[in-house]
Design a protein around this ligand. Sequence first.
Ligand code: SF4
Length: 181
Amino acid sequence: MQLDLVQTALSCGAAKAALIDARQIVLSENFRKICEGNGCGMFGRCWMCPPFIGEIELLMEQVRSFPKAMLYQSIQEIEDSFDIEGMFEAGFQHARLSQKIQQQVQLDPSIEILHLSCGGCRLCERCAKADDEPCRFPEQALPSLEGYGIDVYSTCKDTQLHYINGQNTVTYFGMVLFREK
Ligand code: SF4
């Protein structure tokens, strides 16, 4: 591998990043039921969310086919736990971070990657799906960790990345799964 993935994520602005063995990744098909519950309002409204990304069993298999991953996170301050606007803005910032990382990692010809980020893609302010139009940036759009069945809370437990990072902060995660070509 030509690129130091952890350094790449940190230099793009991630708060923390770590390499993990793919066996540390905890998967559960129950995340599809959570998506279907539509607590975030994006189910069926974003091309990078279920049901459009495919069957969860197949996506989990895809995750299992990679031997290693780089897990990263962004931590941003919000006014309080009711600051919905702040949380949305933090989500957009995280999507921008993921795009910066994506631009770097796809330059390394020695690895194949699967890059997953926070829910709802957020590359566009309003997903084209909401207007029944095709995805505007299919090459850059990133699906979510949970959409692929990844239990982020359990996966990061034994790493230096914490799921919760203090009062009045919001934390988002991304993961670059990779294998040498
Ligand atoms: S790139 Fe834009 S149109 Fe495509 S999935 Fe993401 S938000 Fe939707």
